[in-house]
Design a protein. Structure first.
Length: 183
């Protein structure tokens, strides 16, 4: 038997952090997604143990300021793409507003460190979310395009095919066949 799961990455990550950090007994505050402030001095060996435990969940402690900013860019993009109601603003304006840096600075830094553009990263995140919506929510492509702030189903379909190599309709058929096979 297969079970299809739907989960909130932000909530899941926050819960893992809370569970792991509470085991150490140090006072901390979760400032925002991907940002924690320790309210007391933590010994370096404890930080190393915490780093190893978090790594088991794919969570990395970042210390380089440029890498921190790139992670914040990714976090803001995730926040925007996965929001219940996607803000109807350009990604560039949203990032500038959230991170208080010029878009050209953010775009150059992002591409220098990740070897891809912010625009490409946004497309990849939107397509990944579209795949989740197709698998989990059984929404129509029109509803998914609207949910992800695409101008049309055609625009979604073009980006979906350019990213995955297949159309969203083909992806839906594959998922349907897999479900029928496993019943």
């Amino acid at each position: 038997m297969k079970a299809f799961l739907k989960f909130d990455y932000n909530q899941l990550t926050k819960k893992v952090l809370e569970d792991k950090l509470s085991n150490f007994g140090y006072k901390y505050s979760i400032i925002g997604f991907g940002e924690i402030e320790f309210l007391e001095t933590i010994p370096e060996n404890t930080i190393e143990v915490l780093r190893d435990e978090l790594a088991l969940y794919g969570i990395t402690i970042i210390e380089n300021q440029k890498s921190v900013l790139v992670q914040k860019i990714k976090d803001v993009i995730h926040e925007m793409v996965y929001a219940e109601e996607v803000p109807n603003v350009k990604v560039s304006a949203y990032l500038v507003d959230k991170l208080n840096h010029s878009y050209s600075y953010l775009a150059n830094l992002f591409s220098d460190l990740t070897f891809t553009s912010i625009e490409n990263y946004v497309i990849i995140q939107k397509i990944e979310f579209a795949k989740q919506l197709i698998v989990n929510d059984k929404l129509t492509l029109t509803e998914i395009a609207f949910r992800l702030n695409y101008s049309s189903v055609s625009h979604l379909s073009t980006q979906f095919k350019n990213t995955t190599g297949i159309t969203p309709s083909s992806f839906q058929r594959i998922i349907t066949k897999r479900r029928e096979k496993n019943i």
